[in-house]
Design a protein around this ligand. Structure first.
Ligand code: AGP
Length: 619
């Protein structure tokens, strides 16, 4: 998720763009750049500055420079393709050096496009976005007729016909200092309308200080924006009439896209970012996955005798789901190790062991130290991280970015789901080398592709979940129970509740209750039990009946259509059914929402809970 802002009007563009980037820093902050068009001076028609690091670094670079011009575009980056370097920072330009773009999204087929563009193109970055700029430039050369903004807009349209992926895109051409072109597919883009000036941004945040009148582009729409007009078209060149909306948000609300907290926004982000995690990383025809960053030959993969998943906190619970997937699909013994324990237990690893370090931040000190220990002992060491260019990404010999976008709430939600997505794809990639048939692989991938829609169905039940959460908000203790692949879900639900509501909560495998914890049961100690359809469903039912018999109140999570669940519980929440290995991706959402709504009802600082940090960079 990156931040984009464009301006065209009568004022000097640079200060407006830099100020706008500051408001967008929450969307991505590993590098930034700005380009301004100054038609008055052909020699310095464009002035571009880019820098690694936060907006302050870019501002320091720009300070004292002469940046004249009333049209420009700017970008703050959350790297997905290519490391965190100045060359990879936006804006990027085409071969002519006259067309500049800023892009938010992922071009899935950038390799194929680069191949088709062939020689004669010099790329200075490792990004998919720069290739898109060159593609637009080629189409512009083919299409330019009238020498007007429409030529540029049509060139962008035709280029985008060849693109698979997502984009929020703003394009400028130094020959046309009177127009910007904006296009949207899968990444938000909004036009701020004012008198004699227009703004374009990833969301209303950076424009609210200038105007509250917004035109929200929809997927598949493209706009020609001049100082006095906004014309919108489909990618097939048909005019689209858009209404100008008056937004009531203040800047804080706009950063959260109208949600009261980042955590709830990020819970609702999950369907979209899940699609980003799997996009372009599987082959439905072959029923397999392809995670290029693994950097292992098929022979090396076949030699792997053991997998160790190392992580902390929520990431370790995602790893536990991954354990089931690796053992069920790949048939490789897989263990999950809490990073802070792994490094001190003199782990037995060798060159047939594959160790994954799983981490949203990529900076968790315990996980970094554990991976160094594994590397020292000769294991294959790979990363599954969210932050591009983070320490774990740099120190491992390969791995995969989870593409969850910046996760700003301390409590991890969308990163957890995307970690599971990547672990499932890895398990399939290894499994298809050994024991998984093409039909099984295709079945799994078909179910995986349905997950975003089933996540949306689950999220549509948020109000029911909120009602149940508020009913139990006053309790001081909770149990979370699950069996099999639902035990990691119980652990994650319990952690979410305790870390943002400060309520005491414990998670147990359902079968463990009779070995001691059941002594705690009472009407004051509610039990949240996960009883979705799986091979341990009947066993879980028995555990719940034992629990009910001791007078505890039971909240059940059950599969759509399971009417038995109502007889067994005081409250029941339902989720759609999917394959057992994928069910945690849906089951966790009601638990995230349950914790969120209780914490909100208690007035907690949901995004910044006491005592916690987003990234624990100390041991
Ligand atoms: C998750 O809600 C917690 N904030 C915490 O457990 C977190 O998952 C853990 O610190 C690991 O962080 P990482 O994924 O950045 O390594």
């Amino acid at each position: 998720m990156c931040g984009i802002i464009g301006y065209i009007g009568e004022k000097q563009a640079a200060p407006i763009l830099l100020q706008g980037l500051r408001k967008l820093e929450y969307r991505g902050y590993d590098s930034a750049g700005i380009v301004v068009c100054n038609p008055a001076n052909p020699e310095t028609q464009v002035t571009r500055f880019r820098s690694v690091g936060k907006i302050d670094t870019l501002e320091n670079k720009v300070r004292g420079q002469e940046i004249v011009g009333t049209m420009g575009i700017a970008h703050t980056r959350w790297a997905t393709h290519g490391g965190v370097t100045e060359e990879n920072a936006h804006p990027h330009h085409d071969q002519s050096g006259k067309i500049f773009i800023v892009h938010n999204g992922i071009i899935e087929n950038y390799r194929e496009i680069k191949e088709v563009l062939g020689n004669g193109h010099t790329y200075v970055s490792q990004t998919d976005s720069e290739i898109l700029a060159h593609l637009i430039g080629v189409h512009y050369e083919q299409m330019k007729k009238e020498g007007s903004c429409s030529d540029l807009r049509r060139a962008v349209e035709h280029a985008l016909h060849h693109v698979r992926g997502t984009y929020g895109l703003v394009v400028m051409h130094t020959d046309y200092p009177d127009c910007l072109v904006a296009a949207r597919m899968g990444s938000p883009l909004v036009i701020g309308v004012a008198d004699g000036e227009q703004y374009i941004a990833s969301d209303p945040t950076p424009m609210l200080a200038h105007t509250k009148k917004m035109v929200f582009l929809d997927d598949g729409e493209i706009a020609e924006v001049t100082r006095d007009s906004v014309q919108t078209f489909t990618l097939l060149d048909d005019r689209v009439v858009k209404c100008v909306e008056e937004v009531e948000w203040d800047e804080a609300a706009a950063q959260k896209q109208g949600f009261p907290h980042f955590m709830i926004k990020e819970i609702f982000d999950q369907p979209v970012v899940f699609e980003d995690a799997i996009r372009g990383r599987y082959d439905l025809k072959e029923g397999t996955a392809f995670l290029g960053g693994l950097n292992m030959t098929n022979d090396e993969m076949r030699r792997v005798k053991r997998v160790i998943l190392i992580a902390c906190g929520t990431a370790s619970y995602a790893a536990l789901v991954g354990k089931y997937a690796f053992e069920r699909l790949a048939g490789i013994p897989t263990e999950v190790d809490v990073a802070s324990e792994f490094r001190y237990r003199d782990p037995i690893v060798d060159d047939t062991t594959l160790v994954f370090g799983i981490s949203q931040s990529g900076e968790t000190a315990d996980t970094i130290a554990a991976l160094r220990e594994a590397k020292r002992k000769g294991a294959f060491v790979r990363g599954i991280v969210n932050v591009v260019g983070s320490t774990i990404a740099r120190e491992t010999d390969g791995g995969t970015y989870i593409h969850a976008g910046p996760e700003l709430a301390v409590a991890s939600t969308k990163a957890y789901s995307n970690m599971i997505a990547i672990l499932l794809l890895y398990a399939l990639q290894f499994g298809r080398l050994k024991r998984v048939s093409i039909a099984t692989g295709q079945r799994l991938l078909a179910a995986l592709r349905e997950i975003p829609a089933k996540m949306r169905l689950t999220l549509e039940r948020a109000e029911e979940i909120q009602a149940v959460a508020e009913k139990y908000a006053a309790y001081k203790h909770f149990f979370f129970l699950g069996r099999g692949i639902n035990y990691p879900v119980a652990l994650e639900g319990s952690l979410k509740l305790k870390e943002i509501s400060y309520i005491h909560s414990e998670a147990y495998p359902g079968g463990e209750m009779k070995h001691g914890p059941i002594a705690l049961l009472s009407p004051d100690f509610p039990v949240f039990a996960i009883m979705t359809k799986n091979q341990l469903y009947d066993k879980m039912r028995n555990n719940i009946e034992e629990t009910k018999a001791r007078g505890a109140q039971v909240i059940l999570l059950a599969t759509d259509g399971d009417d038995h669940a109502r007889e067994l519980s005081d409250d029941v929440l339902y989720v759609p059914e999917t394959m057992e290995l994928l069910q945690p991706l849906l089951n966790t959402i009601p638990l995230q929402l349950f914790a969120y709504y209780i914490a909100a009802a208690l007035g907690r600082d949901v995004d910044r809970p006491r005592n916690l940090a987003k990234s624990v960079t100390v041991e």
